[in-house]
Design a protein around this ligand. Structure first.
Ligand code: TXA
Ligand code: MG
Length: 312
């Protein structure tokens, strides 16, 4: 491995200061950070990840005052969500300020803003002293990384620094909410649920993607979360299974799988899913059976990721 691993937030921040990019842990998944105001550094993110250039990035902050540099307007719904939830796995989309370069937002006039609820991430962001744009630190299309080892697996030799932390606590990416109009719209489900958001702003809705309208969240139309193995969504009991396959779910499948993970809760299932996908590929398995769960609370986000993985 020729990646420079460091446990030290202040050393990692020096790479950002010099215009570099750094992978770092958050409570959701590992991110790949660059100074939000440094166009050249942001370009390095798109190259390292092989990310489509029309997919905007999320700006990460460690201090509420930094929002003022990023946005031209804090809408009323955003103001109450910030008060209720920040720091947390919640990204708010707001009109962007002139100071933010268009490469950060893939030419959109809006910007996603999030304050991670993670001690090492906050320490690192504090040392950087600027907000960092940070997509998930995986190769585009692959499952998001929940460990520093998964980051290294995808990006070793493509990036200079990984801030080595623990396995991420949640395991799915943040909830993304468009707060630019009167009705807040959830563009991506996450650990902050519809129910959580509706307690603060009752009008909050899921955005329904229409075939004719331009995508509100361009990233959601790209290939995502896909292991090499084919992913199937299943209900138990499973009557027929492919050879060389794995199972993950809440109940025992009572079938002959090569690799099985039974989770005790939806939270554990969400926490494990991306690492499980990666492990199945390492074991050269050809199919992964994922038990469907009820689409309420965190189950919405989990089913969203599994469905997308199964579409590839
Ligand atoms: O939990 C997370 O959000 C992680 C960690 C590292 O913070 N980051 C992450 O970033 O998942 P990424 O780039 O993998 O996903 C960002 C998502 C994409 O679906 C993108 O389209 C959407 O957020 N997004 C970002 N800025 C947006 C904007 N201005 N308008 C609409 N959607 C936006
Ligand atoms: Mg991603």
């Amino acid at each position: 491995m020729n990646t420079f691993l460091t446990r030290f937030a202040n050393k990692a921040a020096k790479f950002i200061e010099k215009g570099g990019i750094v992978a770092f842990p958050t409570e959701t998944v590992y991110g790949l950070g660059a100074n939000v105001f440094d166009e050249k550094a942001i370009e390095k993110i798109y190259i390292a990840k092989q990310r489509p250039s029309d997919n905007p990035l999320i700006a990460h902050i460690s201090n509420i005052n930094q929002i003022n540099d990023l946005t031209s307007e804090i809408t009323s719904s955003a103001a109450v969500f910030i008060r209720a939830f920040f720091p947390s796995p919640l990204t708010l989309v707001l009109p962007k300020s002139k100071k933010v370069p268009l490469i950060a937002t893939a030419n959109l006039q809006t910007i996603g803003i999030r304050m991670p609820n993670h001690e090492l991430a906050q320490k690192f962001l504090n040392f950087c002293d600027v907000p960092l744009v940070a997509p998930s630190a995986n190769l585009s299309g692959k499952p998001s990384p929940t460990t520093w080892q998964a980051v290294a697996e995808d990006l070793d030799s493509r990036i200079e620094c990984i801030l080595q932390g623990e396995t991420t606590e949640i395991g799915l990416e943040s909830t993304v909410v468009d707060c630019t109009s009167d009705v807040p719209l959830i563009l991506r489900a996450g650990a902050i649920t519809l129910e959580d958001l509706q307690k603060i702003v009752p009008e909050t809705r899921f955005h329904i993607v229409s075939a004719t309208e331009p995508a509100k969240s361009p990233g959601m139309k790209h290939k995502h979360y896909s292991p090499r193995a084919k992913v199937y969504l299943v209900n138990l009991p499973i009557l027929e299974i492919q050879k060389n396959s794995a199972f993950i779910g809440l109940k025992s499948p009572n079938s002959n799988f090569k690799f099985v993970k039974i989770c005790n809760s939806i939270e554990e299932y969400a926490h494990e899913i991306f690492a499980f996908f990666r492990e199945c590929d390492q074991r050269n398995l050809s199919s992964i059976y994922c038990e469907t769960v009820e689409e309420i609370g965190l189950g919405v986000a989990l089913m969203d990721r599994i469905k997308r993985a199964s579409e590839n």
